[in-house]
Design a protein around this ligand. Structure first.
Ligand code: ADP
Length: 415
């Protein structure tokens, strides 16, 4: 079965075409046939399409005016389904058999992947008030796909919050008046769930372990950053909250912060609550501290080459916050087998991983700097010594694979 996987952001659409079925899932032999991204939707859009061939990846780049998500998705489908694109086994829209959509927020009710119809789309629309910045973008992708393909091709939604539905109430509740949770569903939902779920699956595959025995800490460090405590193969705590703002320091998000300090700032500077929201989400984190950039690669260069004080401080704060979360999750889990790094920073920066892990000796983590240095650019592996009590790994994430597999399983009711 050929599945188109779509991930719609505010001004971008990422996609992959993945061939999968039950045998391929069981043998772990699913194949990515094509991938790409449309960026800067609404102006001169940048388009990158890639065909994955056994001989390597062929890239195709162009810029075209695409006015909205509908136009972007139409363009993606046009390219994917055209015989001249050279994607193996695909020469018309009939060769795409289903579409899987990443949806950020499923609230308390949508805790597994679902087949989309009028009723379930309405349920996702009901979650907009919990995720006003994200769900509308995901829904745009769903509406546009149904328009372009017609409603006869199955569409499945896979939720970023779903993996965290196993959090116990004492972990997901905020210590605020309980009726505010009852009335407004204000609680911690957690995000990056598709990524953390992939990490848990991949770890147990690498070490040859049953799902129920997996006790790990998964740390996703990209533009958004979150950590997840996984016990018995399920999420029992996570650092993001009701929205993706809470927890670790991120590219432009503050992570944990004293809300009364924000009240003080609003009072002193005359900011509205919307302005405070913008500061915390868009102007804080690595960007806010450094005053330079939200890009970790650039910050590390500034810190190393120019000895920039605030770049160094931003990197230091970033790593320190992660270490604190690891410590608290080791306590929450009663110990763990491994700490696993993923996401653009987690997968590519031995420097950041070493800064975090070298202080974890007391917990039994024996870093191997040599192994650590080899893990970048999509490589998977362990970077602790053989005798290390607590292991550390890099596992490149693959959210698209989980979405494609869930799409297949949901359609065939084999979840
Ligand atoms: P997103 O969350 O948008 O998917 P990514 O997972 O691609 O983002 O992560 C982007 C981050 O990864 C950026 O801060 C980027 O600088 C960082 N990054 C990528 N490569 C490296 C590297 N070699 N060293 C340090 N940081 C890196």
């Amino acid at each position: 079965m050929n599945i188109l996987v779509l991930n719609c952001g505010s001004s971008s659409v990422k996609f992959q075409v993945i061939q999968t079925d039950l045998d391929m899932i069981n043998q772990n032999s699913d194949r990515a046939l094509a991938s790409g991204v449309v960026e800067r939707i609404g102006s001169e859009s940048l388009i990158t399409f890639r065909v994955h061939l056994s001989s390597g990846v062929k890239n195709f780049r162009t810029a075209e005016p695409l006015k909205d998500h509908h136009a972007a998705i139409k363009r993606i489908i046009q390219w994917v389904c055209h015989p001249s694109s050279g994607i193996e086994g695909i020469s018309s829209t009939a060769d795409i058999h289903a579409v899987g959509h990443r949806v950020v927020h499923g609230g308390e009710k949508l805790t597994t992947s679902i087949l989309l119809d009028e009723h379930t789309i309405r349920q996702i629309e009901d979650c907009i008030e919990l995720a006003p910045l994200h769900n509308p973008q995901n829904l745009k992708g769903i509406y546009a796909t149904r328009e372009v393909f017609g409603i006869n091709i199955p569409n499945v939604a896979v939720f970023d919050t779903a993996f965290h539905h196993t959090l116990p109430d004492f972990a997901y509740l905020y210590a605020i008046p309980y009726q505010l949770y009852r009335r407004h569903k204000v609680r911690r939902y957690g995000f990056h769930g598709i990524s953390h779920r992939y990490i848990s699956f991949r770890y147990r595959t690498i070490v040859g372990m049953e799902r129920n025995n997996v006790n790990i800490i998964s740390i996703h460090l990209g533009n958004g950053c979150s950590s997840c405590a996984i016990k018995g193969g399920v999420s029992v705590d996570t650092s993001m909250g009701m929205t993706p703002l809470e927890g670790l320091i991120m590219g432009t998000r503050a992570g944990d912060v004293d809300l009364s300090a924000m009240h003080h700032i609003a009072h002193k500077e005359g900011y509205t609550t919307d302005e405070i929201e913008t500061i915390l989400n868009k102007q804080s984190g690595l960007l806010g501290i450094s005053g330079l950039t939200n890009d970790m690669r650039e910050l590390i260069d500034e810190a190393k080459e120019n000895d920039d004080r605030r770049a160094k401080l931003a990197v230091e704060m970033f790593c320190y916050r992660i270490r604190k979360y690891i410590g608290s999750y080791l306590a929450a889990l009663g110990g763990a087998q491994a700490i696993i790094f993923t996401g653009g920073i987690g997968e590519n920066s031995p420097y950041i991983r070493e800064k975090i892990c070298k202080e974890l000796q007391w917990f039994g983590l024996e870093l191997s700097p040599e192994l650590n240095d080899t893990l970048k650019g999509g490589k998977e592996g362990r970077f602790t010594s053989e005798s290390s009590k607590l292991a550390a790994y890099v596992i490149p994430t693959n959210e698209e694979l989980i979405i494609a597999r869930d799409t297949y399983r949901t359609i065939h009711s084999v979840i």
